[in-house]
Write a protein that binds this ligand. Structure first.
Ligand code: ADP
Ligand code: MG
Length: 705
């Protein structure tokens, strides 16, 4: 298989040195072509430009050290604990000796042999006796076997004497093999990589050429900054993030531009029906609700279909805004559908809406997998006006009579594709997407760049923010007093646990044991529990009991995270708060503070370490969902924050939305400007081709100019 590779799409197996066996290993890393290899970026870099002489090593510095193995053996350092085994190598470089030690990794005996040349990487410490130096659990790499091996050409310029890349591996593949393969791949590709950004962009941003950037992210020049490399912010990284995000934004911008020229329905309503609903409410709308409603009305009256995202913190009254828009659609002679992510939530919406609109003479249907076909005929015949449901709404059997408006609640559980599927149920209906997850602006621009954007940035009056308290394990008994006083006040209580049942694998508190304990402590009160392993019908029954005040204390898992509204619940305790992400804690906490009573949330954090407590203090300081979301995004990265995989958007291999926030915005502007001047990208054919490949089958781009 020594054929010279022909192009970037050539199988990696044709690369010199990669046979079927290695190709199979690489496939596990999703590398099957030369191009895949090229975009498989190092996870970090190691500074081996000048390897430190052992004699000059300073304790408490992180170093790569090269030397020859002079001893490699398992030792038992403790007489008291003879089962403790440490594998130790001693390396020497002519200036001194250094030990590398690993706990309980006896298999390393088969890896290290005297005479090998190895690199150890890690934090250098003084050893137990204070005289010598050691690295605990170092990263290691065998550079030479010490046998009479045939000299490998170029080895020296790959593994030592430079900044070296470190890649993610799979079992059976060593770092050294991987790096050598990457070196060969980069060499084979270098003449095939073509520039795809327009020259004027390269000039304006002073970006390195595409080829140079791709070579340098794998094998950086000596002049590169090791810190910038490890943070992924060298000009090489930035240029590659830029091109990836530009392709992303070109797709989003194309969708967006297409939407603006679509002909949808013009919904003409005077707002009379909605006005009657408003008059029946025991409160008045907030200014923010009014503003967003009028933004939606403008969209609905235009002929282009509405694509609007409404973002509002938990409790800001999004459902009502949606309902008012739905009534506008009905007044204009159409049906309106509301899609919720769970059955409980769909049912709750259904009951609420039913109660509110029945006096107006409107008919509501519920479509979930439990209601099966009950309402299908009514929906098709148009004898129901409002349809509430789960994703069961997008099934094939559901045919609408005249669907004019779709509302999607808690959008982050639905993807672009599902949105599109539901829209196909009508002829270009207006679409409203509601989300309670406060989305940082950069992320919103990326994920929802094809949507207009409204924010309900005001909570109804007379709601005092939830007071949050952070307690440690030792203070946990205080919680019972808090529960006691909430119950005395006639309020209900949520106690949230991270897991469903006791497990030998963790020492986490579970909801079942928790419920038992609460029953013992509060024998006069009704305690029940709810979690994801109950059948949907059982879950609904418990939730209904809680809503009807037939339960005082609800032990639960995060199943209650989304949307349920029980205004009389005024205390929430989150057990093992350190196990939850901020966005999740925020959502959970949003379940209290919905009524007129002052609500409290207690975060109970287990374990030592001030780290978790330090982190959680943000939750105590603020109830501002945006601030919390920003912190969460910075901490966990966008993938986990949002489950981007679910969103149906292409994966980003290089760019990182949190780190590259500026580039996200820049590329968005560039994409719109570019398409403004040249909608089919005729002047940038390479960029166009790459963008089409990037989006694959997800959307048809550039089919019509
Ligand atoms: P969200 O879905 O944004 O979390 P909801 O629409 O469920 O919020 O509203 C939360 C609660 O606030 C509901 O009980 C709702 O009836 C009430 N509500 C909505 N708008 C107002 C308002 N303007 N003034 C007072 N209460 C309101
Ligand atoms: Mg809601």
């Amino acid at each position: 298989m020594n054929t010279i590779a022909q192009n970037l799409a050539s199988p990696i197996q044709y690369l010199k040195g990669v046979g079927p066996h290695k190709a199979a290993l690489l496939a596990r890393l999703d590398i099957s072509t030369l191009e895949d290899a090229l975009f498989f970026l190092p996870v970090r870099y190691e500074d081996r430009r000048s390897m430190a002489n052992i004699v000059k090593l300073l304790p408490e510095t992180t170093q790569a050290v090269i030397g020859k193995v002079i001893a490699a053996e398992v030792i038992s350092p403790s007489r008291k604990n003879p089962r403790l085994k440490i594998f130790q190598v001693v390396i020497a470089d002519g200036t001194g000796v250094l030990k590398g030690k690993w706990f309980n990794q006896a298999f390393l005996q088969r890896v290290f042999k005297s005479g090998q040349t190895v690199v150890l990487y890690g934090t250098v410490k003084r050893d137990f006796y204070g005289a010598g130096l050691e690295i605990m659990n170092p990263e290691y790499e065998i550079i030479g076997t010490g046998k009479n091996e045939p000299p490998e050409s170029g080895t020296d310029q790959i593994h030592t004497g430079r900044i070296v890349p470190v890649y993610r591996l799979t079992e059976g593949l060593s770092q050294r093999q991987m790096r050598a393969m990457m070196f060969a791949a980069a060499g084979a590709c270098s003449q095939m990589i073509q520039e795809m950004l327009p020259q004027n962009m390269l000039d304006r941003y002073q970006f390195p050429a595409r080829r140079d950037a791709l070579m340098a992210v794998h094998f950086p020049p000596d002049s590169a900054s090791i810190d910038d490399l490890n943070r992924g912010i060298t000009p090489y990284h930035q240029r590659l993030s830029f091109e990836e995000l530009l392709m992303f934004q070109l797709g989003v911008a194309t969708l967006r531009r297409r939407q603006l020229t679509e002909h949808g329905i013009t919904l003409n309503a005077s707002g009379k029906l909605a006005g009657r609903l408003e008059q029946s409410l025991p409160f008045t709308l907030t200014a923010a609700q009014r503003r967003v409603i009028s933004e939606i009305r403008n969209d609905m009256q235009a002929s282009a279909p509405m694509h609007r995202l409404v973002q509002g913190d938990v409790g800001s009254g999004k459902t009502l805004v949606a309902l008012i828009s739905m009534l506008d659609a009905v007044e204009a002679g159409y049906q309106a559908a509301l899609m919720a992510p769970t059955e409980i939530l769909a049912e709750q919406h259904y009951l609420n809406i039913h109660k509110l609109v029945e006096p107006l003479g409107l008919r509501v249907a519920l479509q979930t997998s439990s209601t099966k076909n009950r309402f299908l005929d009514d929906i098709a015949a148009g004898t129901v006006d409002l349809i509430v449901g789960t994703h069961a709404l997008i099934q094939e059997g559901v045919v609408f009579h005249r669907l004019g408006l779709i509302v999607i609640d808690e959008q982050h559980r639905f993807g672009v594709m599902q949105r599109a599927q539901l829209r196909k149920k009508g002829r270009m209906p207006d679409t409203l997407v509601m989300t309670a997850t406060p989305i940082p602006r950069t992320l919103a621009l990326t994920l929802y760049g094809d949507l207009d954007y409204s924010v309900i940035d005001e909570l109804p009056p007379n709601r005092s923010p939830v007071i949050t308290k952070l307690l440690g394990e030792k203070q946990k008994d205080r919680i019972y007093q808090d529960i006691e006083s909430a119950l005395r006040n006639g309020n209900q209580v949520y106690v949230v646990y991270p897991i469903i049942e006791e497990s030998e694998k963790t020492s986490l508190k579970d909801v079942q044991t928790g419920a038992e304990l609460l029953r013992e402590k509060f024998p006069k009160h009704k305690v029940n529990l709810i979690h994801g392993r109950l059948k949907p019908a059982e879950r609904d029954a418990v939730m209904r009991d809680f809503t009807m005040r037939r339960i005082d204390i609800l032990a639960c898992t995060t199943v209650i995270e989304v949307g349920v509204d029980v205004p009389n619940a005024a205390l929430m305790i989150i057990v093992h708060a350190e196990r939850f992400g901020f966005a999740q804690l925020h959502q959970l906490r949003g379940r209290v503070g919905r009524g007129s009573d002052q609500s409290h949330c207690i975060l109970l954090a287990y374990g030592h370490g001030d780290d978790a407590r330090q982190r959680l203090s943000v939750m105590v300081e603020t109830t501002d969902g945006f601030r919390i979301a920003e912190e969460d995004l910075a901490l966990r990265g966008p993938g986990e924050f949002f489950g981007t995989r679910q969103s149906g958007l292409p994966d980003l291999k290089i760019a990182n939305i949190a780190r590259d926030a500026k580039i996200v915005e820049l590329t968005r502007k560039e994409a719109f400007t570019l398409l403004e001047q040249d909608a089919g990208l005729a002047t940038a054919p390479r960029l166009r081709g790459a963008t089409e490949r990037f989006w694959g089958k997800r959307i048809e781009l550039f089919t019509t100019a």
